[in-house]
Ligand binder design. Structure first.
Ligand SMILES: Cc1cc2nc3c(=O)[nH]c(=O)nc-3n(C[C@H](O)[C@H](O)[C@H](O)COP(=O)(O)OP(=O)(O)OC[C@H]3O[C@@H](n4cnc5c(N)ncnc54)[C@H](O)[C@@H]3O)c2cc1C
Length: 450
């Protein structure tokens, strides 16, 4: 909700404290109040960067966990458990007495009164607001496809996809009609960016090796994994040589790669792409994202996918007290191109904003613009291969996979999670066993024999 602002520097009287205010400050508390919306990569980096300052920080998230999205596809493909890639936010900030964590959904910002509006009807006052609300799926004007082609963004999405993939094999084991069985054993992934490539490679491995000995009526190796891409190559954000390598590696795993074929229809039992119709019961959407609605809350300028066009210091135009970071914003990098929507960018932005707040508190006005440093782009293809684009240096194959693996282990939080993920990966490599092969959260429509 945007409430029109009358001027950026106007002195604002502090609003009367409501019952919700006790969450972030008290009347006697004169500390500067920072509200951070979103406990993802950007929001947490900001919280960490603000440690040690005389602030009252309120961290609001609609979920009670911080999610390591880069490994979500491994939950969706039964390789890891949900608890291995997510941490309770409250636990992560347990040693920060100045940080209050709220499980709540933000539905708007009253920029004039400087209050964050919650879906409960409460509102919270801020002196500085940091919006780090990320992105969601985008179906390019075809929201009706979501029911047939779910995307991958949350833990719930990952367990939904896992259920759909595993149920398809279970139903195929029952099926007597060859056409029905073939449709059940056809898995379509739309979008050949890193997530699409990772999903396609892993589902192919699941079918070719992990599941093979466990079924009696079907040969899971006959499953088709079809990766559909509207553009001319897979991993379009990577160098062409790495795209070509990734495509060859996918095809060796048995994935059918369909390029230059925009999808024009998704249904419960089919997908139409180019001039082809494919019978399938499992379609996964990995084709597009859209920013959170934060731009609408502020009435801020945004790009075509809804990202707030922030200023070079990551503030929102006309509101030096409001920062926005991560996937919900667009800002130019050093090469003039938009900073990519990846975790390192969100973290760098979070750390930068914390630095700005710190300097402002000191009265320091010499604040440099945000400068993004791109470390590289990584993607895996199945359990042994990966591609890494460091710019001048490009790596592929098993070495790239080891670097990818070590980087991801390093960025996981906590020793227990790291050990647990390493052990799971070891088991997958040595024994082809995936411990997460559980069909959970079934709905009424999940009848096995459909
Ligand atoms: C499947 C997948 C794979 C990916 N793989 C990689 C990868 O390999 N490498 C990489 O670098 N990046 C990867 N990314 C991208 C990376 O995860 C994002 O760039 C990063 O998470 C952005 O951080 P963020 O803080 O902007 O948003 P997020 O990490 O998405 O956090 C946003 C937070 O805001 C909360 N929130 C949103 N709206 C509200 C609201 N209204 N009220 C309260 N809380 C709200 C959400 O619950 C969430 O916790 C991947 C993303 C996905 C989905």
């Amino acid at each position: 909700m945007h409430v029109a602002s009358t001027g950026r520097e106007a002195a604002k009287p502090r609003p009367t404290l409501s019952s919700a205010d006790r969450h972030c400050s008290t009347a006697a508390d004169s500390r500067h109040r920072v509200i951070i919306v979103g406990g993802g990569f950007g929001g947490l980096a900001a919280v960490n960067g603000l440690a040690g300052l005389p602030l009252s920080i309120t961290l609001i998230d609609q979920r009670n966990y911080h999610l390591f999205q880069p490994l979500l596809y491994q939950v969706a493909t039964a390789s890891l458990a949900t608890s291995e890639i997510a941490w309770p936010i409250r636990y992560l900030v347990r040693n920060r007495p100045e940080v209050t964590t709220l499980l709540a959904m933000v539905v708007g910002v009253d920029v004039d009164a400087r209050r964050v509006l919650l879906d409960s009807g409460d509102s919270l006052p801020y002196d500085t607001l940091i919006l780090a609300t990320g992105a969601r799926h985008a179906y390019f004007g075809h929201d009706e496809w979501e029911a047939f082609a779910p995307g991958l963004k949350t833990l719930e999405d990952a367990t939904t996809l896992r259920r759909r993939v595993l149920l398809a094999f279970e139903r195929a084991e029952f099926a007597t009609d060859p056409q029905q069985r073939a449709a059940l054993l056809t898995f379509v992934i739309i979008g050949a960016g890193p997530t699409g490539v990772e999903l396609a490679g892993t589902i192919a491995e699941l079918a070719r090796s992990t599941l093979r000995p466990d079924f009696r009526n079907i040969d899971t190796r006959t499953a088709r994994v079809v990766l559909i891409e509207a553009g001319p190559r897979v991993l379009s954000g990577f160098a062409e040589s790495l795209s070509a390598y990734a495509q060859r590696a996918l095809e060796r795993l048995g994935v059918e790669v369909e390029l230059n074929r925009p999808v024009s229809e998704c249904g419960a039992d089919h997908v139409v792409f180019g001039d082809r119709t494919l019978a399938t019961r499992t379609v996964i959407w990995a084709a597009g994202v859209m920013a959170s609605p934060a731009a609408g809350w502020l009435g801020a300028p945004s790009d075509r996918v809804g990202r707030i066009m922030v200023l070079p210091d990551l503030t929102v135009s006309g509101h030096p007290e409001i920062f926005a970071i991560g996937d919900t914003v667009t800002v130019a990098g050093p090469d003039g191109k938009p900073v990519p929507g990846i975790a390192p960018a969100a973290k760098q932005e979070g750390r930068y904003v914390a630095m700005v707040v710190k300097r402002r508190l000191r009265g320091d006005t010499s604040i440099p613009e945000f400068h993004y440093r791109h470390a590289g782009s990584l993607a895996t293809i199945g359990k042994r291969l990966a591609v890494i684009d460091f710019g001048r240096m490009k790596l592929r194959g098993a070495l790239a996979w080891w670097i990818w693996g070590m980087a991801h282990i390093y960025f996981l939080i906590g020793l227990r999670h790291r050990l647990s993920v390493v052990l799971n990966w070891l088991w997958i490599h040595l024994r082809d066993q995936r411990s997460g092969r559980l069909i959970t959260q079934g709905g009424k429509t999940d009848g096995i024999q459909q």
